[in-house]
Ligand binder design. Sequence first.
Ligand SMILES: Nc1ncnc2c1ncn2[C@@H]1O[C@H](COP(=O)(O)OP(=O)(O)OP(=O)(O)O)[C@@H](O)[C@H]1O
Length: 248
Amino acid sequence: MPSVLETQGLTVEFNGFKAVSDLNFSLEKGELRVILGPNGAGKTTFMDLITGKTKPTSGNVLLNGHNITGLEPYQISKLGVGRKFQGPNVFDNMTVYENIEVSMKGYYQVFKALFYRKNQEIRDKIHEILQRIDLLEKAHHVAVNLSHGERQWLEIGMLLAQDPELIILDEPTAGMTAEETYKTGVLIETLFKDRSIIVVEHDMSFVRQIARKVTVLHQGRLLAEGSLAEIEQNTKVQEVYLREGVHA
Ligand SMILES: Nc1ncnc2c1ncn2[C@@H]1O[C@H](COP(=O)(O)OP(=O)(O)OP(=O)(O)O)[C@@H](O)[C@H]1O
C-alpha cells in the first residue's frame, strides 16, 4: 500500500525546545490512525506541521510522495488535507444545509457562474453528506440551535464537503456525552471507508471503539506504534502514562 502521508526526520524547535523531534511517520492510503500521548507530547504541533500551520526546523512532509514541506495551510488544504480543530467552527446564523453548501468544494467559483443553485449533482451531494452526519432532519435548522455534538458533526460534514483525501480530527469527542461520543465513532467508521484519517484523541473508550493502529508520542518523539493491544502492553507506554498520571 502506498503512503498517503509520510514524514521524515520531522523536527520543530521553539527557542531551542524540540516540540517535535526527528519524527518518522507513515500513513497508508485508506488507513485510520489514532495518535495518543500525554499532555505536551507534541500531538497538536505534529498536526500543525502536517497542515502547514507551523513550519519545521528540519525534516520533510510528503503527501502522496510529493514534498509539501513549507507550503502554506491553504495550499496544503487544496492538495486534499482537511482538518477539524477542537471545538466547533460553524456559521451560527446559517442553517445546517447552508453550512454544508458554502463548504462545498468549488462553491465560490461555481456560484459566481450562476450554475450553482441549479446543479442537481451538488444538491445530491449535500443530501448525502447530511445523511452521513445524521442531520438530514435538521437541514433547515439554524446551526446555533444545535446541540454540542450536532455542531461537531456538522463540522465533520463541512470537512467532507471539501472532499479531502486525508482528514485530521483533533479530539473530535471533546465535551461530548458518552452517547454522542459513540455516535461520533460510528460516523468516523463510515467516513474511513474511502479516506485516510488521523484522529488525535484522549478518550480511551472512544479510542477502543475506533482504533486500528495507534501511534504514541512522548516529548515530541515516537514512543511506540502498533495495535491498541500492543500499545497497552508496551512497558515504555505504561511507564509514561503512569508517571504522567494518565490512565490509558
Ligand atoms: N509556539 C510554541 N512556542 C513554544 N512552545 C510551544 C509552541 N507550541 C507548542 N509548544 C510546546 O510544545 C510542546 C508540545 O505541545 P503540543 O500542544 O503539541 O502537545 P499536545 O501533545 O498536543 O498536548 P495536549 O494533549 O495538551 O494538547 C508543549 O511543551 C508546548 O508548550
